[in-house]
Design a protein around this ligand. Sequence first.
Ligand SMILES: [Ca+2]
Ligand SMILES: [Ca+2]
Length: 213
Amino acid sequence: MMKTSGGVRLMFSERSTEDSAPGRAGTGHNAGMRALPLALVAAAACGAKVDGGTVDGAPPADVSPPPGDAPADTRACAGGDAAMTAPDGSCFVLFTTPTPYDQAQAGCAALQAHLAKLDTSALDQAAEVFVGTNDTFIGASDRASEGTFLWDDGSPVAFSNFALSEPNNSGGGGYEEDCLLIAGARVTKQWDDRPCDPAALPNAGLYAYLCQF
Ligand SMILES: [Ca+2]
Ligand SMILES: [Ca+2]
């Protein structure tokens, strides 16, 4: 009987050891009895949780991309009177026809683009070269609160490159200047606030515009 194979003896031996350890077996059994209701409670709790999640049916919050972190636009960089790939991989599209700011915004929106947000020196330098000698609207204004320039997406203009004495909110004719442009016609270029439309002064407020997507 004891000359069984090692495997059988081992199994026997282990089972025997467990079964023949009164204290341990008793404790284990008692523990098992006590643990059973707890386990059921735990299982019920788990079940409730799972059921709740299922009933909710709400997708995990991280399924939607965070705001402002949209997938890269894979369209070809083209359109307008000229287009170029910007240093950050976005696309600049220049329209040279003199246009009021609101219509410039709409023109960009029609391209599923927006007036350029030049929030880094690299973007600004590239844009200033690209627009050439055109005074060119970019996407910021202080129309909401005089003196506080915001990009059209509502974010503050942190990086800026205003020309000397700008922004001055003054066209010298008693009207305000609220819309931002690259003063391409100036040798130094840089930024200037200008009228957003010709309402206050004919032939003012009409500029080229730079879209970005
Ligand atoms: Ca202003
Ligand atoms: Ca100005």
